[in-house]
Design a protein around this ligand. Structure first.
Ligand SMILES: Cc1cc2nc3c(=O)[nH]c(=O)nc-3n(C[C@H](O)[C@H](O)[C@H](O)COP(=O)(O)OP(=O)(O)OC[C@H]3O[C@@H](n4cnc5c(N)ncnc54)[C@H](O)[C@@H]3O)c2cc1C
Length: 414
């Protein structure tokens, strides 16, 4: 690839969800834009998202759907720049991607239930807006040069840009191209880094009785407990796997376990003690395993009864108050025996990253290096399962693109 000596207005590093959106809005605002994507094609992560169906957005959202070590006020301010309603309108009206609601989860998917056209329409829109997409162009070095920046590729090509948008993502699923290289570039330009960790990731266990339940899924009420304090509590589905636990409940809860080593407690079936008591009221002669198995998968019920140190054929009505309390604790406050996680190879997102306090919340311009903008997963914000991570990428991508395209100098007055 040849070197380009004529500087562009805006170079976008990374052609994922955030970078494509940033390139689009910067080009629409009139800037000369080049998008540099290190992989063989842009948007590889969009293609594998939502099991290949792309859960493009949630149907409702507020700041409690996101997690950051930074200020929630800043988060709220960023989301106000492009409301969920307007983002949805953009996809449906401008990109002509009709969306459908999956009622039981509240997720929005493209009507075609395929991610490929979503990625393709975004890339087309970027090109139609006049941005140049260079693939593969892996940025190896990003440094300040005069008033702007010099970017060097792994193939030895060079590019000069007045402004740079760093949209290189996190470190999750590195074979899509997001391998954490952007963190180091940001650090060299003065940023600090909150240690990246795998998030929205399945958890592992050494408990072989529980891994023997692989394939069983059921609703749970999960609670993350840190020093005895409930940090978050939600009802979602848990899936047993051959190595541990997954499903929306565990993926959402995982960052508490991975980052903070919080205890994850579950109420099986999302049932409260009163609901069990009510169920057992007229079933005193029923055996414990059956009295539990009425409302939970049978094999899980048998394990839980044994964990409560009861014989499976012990009758519900014969339990002492103390025995009943132990069983209720096992059923409604069961600490998941977690010993690790499946790592960046499969984590849907990366927690940690560049602190949001290091960017201007009105523009996403770096407070450390003027002319540098950051957006998407490289920043220290993650959303829960349900389209929230794309929402973050779309909103911050647009804001970074529009801001970076603002005139470099104030117009000269006649
Ligand atoms: C399996 C899976 C399923 C998912 N499903 C969903 C879902 O359905 N809904 C949802 O909301 N979220 C989903 N997510 C999360 C979502 O995909 C990400 O949060 C989102 O893609 C982040 O966008 P981004 O542009 O910030 O980063 P990325 O999508 O990671 O894009 C970064 C881009 O930068 C490029 N790059 C990196 N370094 C360089 C470099 N040095 N030079 C040039 N280019 C570089 C990479 O190749 C990559 O293309 C899923 C994630 C995974 C892994």
């Amino acid at each position: 690839m040849s070197s380009q000596s004529d500087p562009v207005d805006v170079a976008v590093v990374g052609g994922g969800a955030a970078g494509l959106m940033a390139a689009l809005w910067a080009a629409r605002a009139g800037a000369r834009v080049v998008l540099l994507e290190g992989s063989r094609a842009p948007g590889l992560k969009i293609l594998i998202s939502g099991g290949g169906r792309c859960n493009i957005l949630p149907s409702a959202s507020d700041e409690s759907d996101f997690y950051t070590s930074g200020s929630r006020h800043v988060l709220a301010r960023l989301f106000r720049t492009w409301s969920l309603e307007r983002v949805r309108e953009f996809f449906e009206k401008e990109l002509q991607i009709p969306l459908v609601l999956e009622e039981e989860t509240g997720k929005l998917f493209p009507e075609w239930q395929r991610a490929v056209p979503v990625r393709d329409r975004l890339v087309e829109a970027v090109q139609q807006a006049g941005a140049q997409v260079l693939v593969p162009w892996r940025v190896e070095k990003l440094e300040r040069s005069g008033e702007g920046f010099l970017l060097k590729s792994s193939e030895g090509a060079e590019l000069r840009a007045a402004r740079v948008i760093l949209a290189s993502g996190g470190a999750s699923v590195p074979n899509t191209g997001s391998d954490g290289a952007g963190y180091e570039m940001a650090r060299r330009l003065g940023h600090s880094l909150l240690a990246p960790y795998p998030a929205l990731v399945p958890l592992t266990t050494a408990d072989e009785e529980l891994t023997g339940l692989a394939g069983i899924a059921l609703p749970v009420r999960w609670r993350a407990l840190l020093h005895g304090k409930v940090m978050e509590e939600r009802v979602r589905e848990l899936l047993f796997t051959h190595r541990g636990f997954s499903g929306p409940a565990v993926l959402d809860a995982s960052h508490w376990a991975v980052r903070d080593r919080a205890v994850l407690e579950v109420a099986w079936g999302a049932l409260a003690p009163e609901e069990w008591e009510e169920h057992w009221q007229s079933r005193g002669r029923r055996e414990a395993a059956k009295g539990v198995g009425d409302l939970l998968p049978r094999r899980l019920a048998e394990i839980l009864v044994r964990r409560a140190r009861l014989r499976e054929d012990y009758r519900i009505g014969d339990m002492t108050r103390a025995q009943r309390d132990v069983l209720l604790r096992v059923l409604c406050a069961f600490p998941l025996p977690v010993n690790g996680n499946e790592g960046f190879r499969v984590a849907e997102v990366t927690g940690g990253g560049i602190p949001i306090g290091e960017v201007n919340p009105s523009t996403l311009e770096s407070r450390k290096t003027p002319g540098l903008y950051l957006c998407g997963e490289i920043l220290d914000v993650i959303g829960r399962i349900g389209g929230y991570n794309f929402l973050w990428a779309w909103v911050t991508g647009r804001l970074a693109g529009e801001s970076a395209a603002r005139p470099l100098r104030a117009p000269v007055r006649a």
